[in-house]
Structure formats: structure tokens, C-alpha cells
Design a protein around this ligand. Structure first.
Ligand SMILES: Nc1ncnc2c1ncn2[C@@H]1O[C@H](COP(=O)(O)OP(=O)(O)OP(=O)(O)O)[C@@H](O)[C@H]1O
Ligand SMILES: [Mg+2]
Length: 250
């Protein structure tokens, strides 16, 4: 069986800065994967390349054996690639429910989803049922009809993550989902991701600096350092690796 995501020899520089420098890794089966490394290691740049926001200088990205580097983000979203950003992006004046419904529409505009905001009340109703189910799973159901500005920063991040699932992605990239989230919400987020993984069995690729969170969640960790992939392995292997300890964990 071919890999789900294959990143081969990717390089990307911004002016004189080599953000990614010949990085390769393969995600060959569904699972929760962590992408870790020090500040400036190239993790977000790697996400930007995988989801089409940046075109690499060299290398290629294969998604289910199709070449996707350089393909526009909206086309990749339609192919089932969803992501969140390092900075939180919700619409503060819209209700939490509408934020989730809007994400369904904007991230993957299948004809079915497009009808969410049209006169087809059946589709709108189905989407709303799903949106409320997801909000319930992340403990935000009681805010469904309130503006997102009523939420704490951490809750807004959860709202953004929940929204990704409306497009029924085949791969989900989360950039530092735990940042700015208090310990209680962090447990809610972990439980939510485990539950949604069990339900969807897709690839979750998660950039994270919170080691306790990512090591307890992911079954495979990829470590980046200075634009390169230092190693890929099980959390316990990674945590015991001298080169990883020197570069990051130490
Ligand atoms: N748009 C850009 N223009 C110029 N330099 C950039 C740009 N994006 C990233 N860089 C630089 O590329 C390098 C890698 O940045 P990147 O954001 O990918 O790292 P990161 O691993 O996500 O770091 P962090 O953990 O701090 O989020 C850094 O030196 C950064 O300053
Ligand atoms: Mg980053």
C-alpha cells in the first residue's frame, strides 16, 4: 500500500534563511503523528509547503501518491487536507455555531457543503446537527449560539480545531494546538483528538512544543532541527535519543 503522505528532500529558503533544508519523512498509515523541534526548526514552513501556502525550492510532496507541492491550498482542501494555524483564526463576531458551519463551507467546498448556506434546509440542518455534535464533544455546546468573542483564547483555539472536522478531512495538520490552553482545556482537547481519531482513522500531524501533551498523544514523533529531519520514531525512542536531547529536549 502506498504512503498517505510522503515528503522527499524538501528545501525552502526565505532570502538568506534556510527554513527547510532537505527534509524527508513518510507517514505510511493512519495515526497521530507529532512534529517537534526547536523554534525556527522549519515546522510551520513544512506545514505551509504541505498545504500549498508555500512552494518549495526543491523536493516533492506526495499525498496518496499524487504530487501536491505547489498545488493551491483551496484545491488541497478539496482533496481533504485541513489545517489550523499557529495563530488562532476564528470570526469573533459570528456565533460559535456559525464559525463551525462557515469552516465547513470555506475549507472544502463540495457541492453538498455549498448548499449549507443556500436554501437547501435539509443540508443546512444536517450540517448543524454535526456542528453541534462536535461542539458538544469539545464542551462548547453551551456557547453555540453566542459570539466567539465570548470565549477565552483557549476555547477559541478549540473552536478552530473542531471546525476542521466539518470538512471531513483525510489528513489534518494542527500547528501548536496546545499553545495558550490551560491544563483543564488541554485534557478536553486530548480526549477530543483521541475520540475523533478513533472515529475517523485519518492522519493527524501535530506540531507541538508541549512535550507532555504530544508524547502522550502521538504514536510516532518526527523531530526537525535546523530545517532537517533529525529522527522519526516512537515517543520513548525519541525521548531517549542523544541527538534529540542535545538539539531540543535537553
Ligand atoms: N515568511 C517568512 N519570511 C522570512 N523568514 C521566514 C518566513 N517564515 C519562516 N521564516 C524563517 O524560517 C525559519 C523557520 O521558521 P518556521 O516558522 O518554519 O519555524 P518553526 O519550527 O515553526 O518555529 P516555531 O516553533 O517558533 O513556530 C525561521 O528562521 C524563520 O524566521
Ligand atoms: Mg511554527
Amino acid at each position: 500500500m502506498s504512503a498517505i503522505l510522503e515528503v522527499s528532500d524538501i528545501s525552502k529558503s526565505y532570502g538568506g534563511i534556510q527554513a527547510v533544508d532537505g527534509a524527508s519523512f513518510t507517514l505510511d498509515k493512519p495515526g497521530i503523528y507529532g512534529l517537534i523541534g526547536p523554534n525556527g526548526a522549519g515546522k510551520t514552513t513544512m506545514f505551509d509547503i504541505i498545504c500549498g501556502r508555500q512552494v518549495p525550492d526543491a523536493g516533492k510532496v506526495l499525498f496518496h501518491s499524487s504530487r501536491v507541492d505547489g498545488v493551491e491550498p483551496y484545491k488541497l482542501a478539496r482533496q481533504g487536507l485541513a489545517r489550523t494555524f499557529q495563530e488562532c483564526r476564528v470570526l469573533p463576531e459570528e456565533t460559535c455555531l456559525d464559525n463551525v458551519l462557515f469552516a465547513a463551507q470555506s475549507k472544502r467546498m463540495t457541492s453538498e457543503m455549498l448548499q449549507v448556506f443556500t436554501r437547501n434546509t435539509k443540508h443546512r440542518r444536517d450540517a448543524e446537527v454535526e456542528a453541534r455534535r462536535l461542539l458538544r464533544l469539545i464542551n462548547l455546546e453551551k456557547y453555540a449560539d453566542q459570539p466567539a468573542s465570548d470565549l477565552s483564547y483557549g476555547q477559541r483555539r478549540l473552536l478552530e480545531i473542531v471546525s476542521c472536522f466539518m470538512s471531513k478531512p483525510r489528513i489534518l495538520l494542527l500547528d501548536e494546538p496546545a499553545s495558550g490552553i490551560n491544563p483543564t482545556l488541554l485534557n478536553t482537547l486530548r480526549d477530543f483528538l483521541v475520540e475523533l481519531y478513533e472515529e475517523t482513522k485519518i492522519v493527524f500531524l501535530i506540531v507541538e512544543h508541549n512535550m507532555e501533551f504530544i508524547m502522550s498523544l502521538a504514536s510516532t514523533i518526527i523531530v526537525m532541527h535546523q530545517g532537517k529531519v533529525l529522527m522519526q520514531g516512537a515517543p520513548e525512542q525519541v525521548q531517549a535519543d542523544e541527538s534529540v536531547i542535545d538539539a531540543y529536549l535537553g
